[in-house]
Write a protein that binds this ligand. Structure first.
Ligand code: DX5
Ligand code: ZN
Length: 217
């Protein structure tokens, strides 16, 4: 069964409690986009917002770190209530590190460790980490902003990653993030995605519960 992860980046911040409660009973994960204005050209939110949301979230918090040097903060995000933490392969590249270091650190903090990539990073770069990660996050827009148009090539990239997992006999979750809605959910699931992040298509919908249900195939 696919997991739906509404991204609170698209929520109404003046009514954050209302919006979190709106999806608590319908979604599987709550996606939390942390941006530093450095790895990506935008800023979002961090610990104070996350700690507040953790108090009322009834579903696991899925933290997507779009920041350089995520190793500085993984422990604090775990302590703040994250159940899943993903970080970008590009952040490891920039720091001249192997992303394995971040994976081990996240696992040692007791959270599920995920490696994320933007649409311009070859999916083959994830293959060496299939056995050690808990999940991958395939960006289907360039990280940094909500409400962007879904990049169609993402479907093939997910299928390629799933095919490599099948080839080596390892099953891991694949999360897809950016421009996801009921119109592309089935193709993504068929290609091998198991977790769908959805910001605008959930929180800008008239009925978020219905929007979530519409992505379950
Ligand atoms: C973009 C974020 C996404 C974003 C998704 O950098 O990682 O999680 O919030 O928003 P939509 O679904 O509106 O594309
Ligand atoms: Zn995200």
């Amino acid at each position: 069964m696919v997991k739906i992860a509404p991204s609170i980046l698209a929520a109404d911040f003046l009514h954050l409690e209302r919006d979190v409660k709106l999806v608590n009973d319908h979604a599987d994960l709550l996606h939390f986009d942390v941006m530093d204005g450095c790895l990506v050209p935008n800023l979002s939110f961090g610990f104070p917002v996350m700690e507040a949301v953790a108090k009322i979230a009834a579903i696991p918090l899925d933290v997507h770190l779009m920041i350089v040097n995520p190793d500085k903060y993984i422990e604090r995000f775990a302590a703040a209530g994250a159940s899943l933490i993903s970080f970008h392969l590009e952040a490891a590249d920039e720091a001249g590190k192997d992303v394995s270091e971040y994976i081990s650190l996240a696992k040692s903090c007791g959270v599920m460790a995920g490696v994320a990539i933007d649409p311009d990073v070859p999916v083959e770069r994830l293959f060496p980490y299939i056995r050690e990660v808990d999940f991958f996050l395939i960006m289907s827009v360039f990280a940094g902003f909500g409400g962007q148009k879904f990049i169609e090539e993402s479907v093939g990239r997910i299928a390629g990653l799933r095919a490599e997992m099948d080839r080596i006999g390892t099953v891991k979750d694949i999360e897809v993030d950016g421009g996801v809605s009921a119109s592309n959910a089935k193709a993504l699931i068929d290609a091998g995605a198991t977790m769908l992040v959805a910001g605008s298509s959930v929180f800008k919908a008239e009925d978020p519960a219905l929007a979530i249900a519409g992505m379950r195939f």
